[in-house]
Design a protein around this ligand. Structure first.
Ligand SMILES: [Zn+2]
Ligand SMILES: [Zn+2]
Length: 241
């Protein structure tokens, strides 16, 4: 779904909350090239591939695959997309050996009592997680704060995980925040127990709130299409979970 010029949001057409809690992937058009930001939940990457054909593009147009962090709902289709496109995979150094399958995903306590909409993630995630593994891929390029991927600036945004990345497209005032905050099941900075480092997560949010932003595309839930900066500033002001 097009949410802004050159930016497409990809989610499950239905039952999205069973896919790691309405997880979202994004396509960014950089001229003739496509950048994929996160790869959704399913190994066949079908929702991403469907969107690529819907906008009249081909998998070979993918030139960069960015994994914001090494969590299940963001890595599902990465092996398929890499095979189909031959594009390099990017991640932060701290996440790279999770993406490559050499280190287990650190246990994040995903159990949040409220709101009740999060329960399907918890129940489905914990029962299917045992056998529904991600096919790992080698990270081709380690990226960090200050790097550029096409028109996107790489921001190191630790808190949820130590090597978490966000991506900022200044010319379009667009920010891809992944799990720095979510808009599903409600607009929230997250929960104390989903952050590996709670103080860092607030520092990251405060920093993101200083950016000139209209469109915000999160890792779970719908994008905010206008005045995203105000939403971030309001959240950052809370300062505690
Ligand atoms: Zn995550
Ligand atoms: Zn996530």
């Amino acid at each position: 779904m097009k949410i802004a010029p050159g930016i497409y949001e990809v989610g499950a057409p239905k039952w999205g909350y069973f896919k790691a809690g309405n997880t979202k992937a994004y396509l960014v058009e950089d001229g003739d090239d496509l950048i994929v930001i996160d790869t959704h939940y399913d190994a066949d990457a079908r929702f991403i591939l469907d969107e690529i054909s819907r906008i009249g593009r081909k998998p070979e147009d993918i030139k960069h695959i960015v994994i914001t962090h090494g969590h299940r709902g963001h890595m599902g289709g990465m092996a398929t997309l890499k095979r189909l496109s031959g594009a390099p995979v990017y991640a932060h150094e701290w996440e790279a050996d999770i993406v490559s399958g050499d280190r287990a995903i650190p246990k994040v306590d995903i159990f949040v009592f409220s709101p009740i909409q999060t329960w399907p993630i918890i129940i489905v995630g914990q029962t299917t997680g045992r056998w529904n593994k991600v096919e790992p891929v080698t990270v081709d390029r380690i990226v960090d704060e200050g790097d550029k991927i096409g028109p996107l600036q790489v921001l190191h945004t630790p808190g949820h995980t130590p090597g978490h990345l966000a991506l900022y497209w200044p010319e379009r005032k667009a920010l891809f925040t992944s799990d720095c905050f979510v808009t599903w099941p409600l607009i929230t900075p997250g929960w104390r127990n989903t952050m590996l480092n709670v103080p860092q997560s607030w520092q990251t949010l405060a920093r993101l709130a200083t950016l000139d932003v209209e469109v915000i595309s999160p890792g779970h839930g719908d994008s905010i299409r206008e005045n995203g900066g105000a939403v971030l500033r309001a959240l950052a002001q809370k300062g505690k979970f």
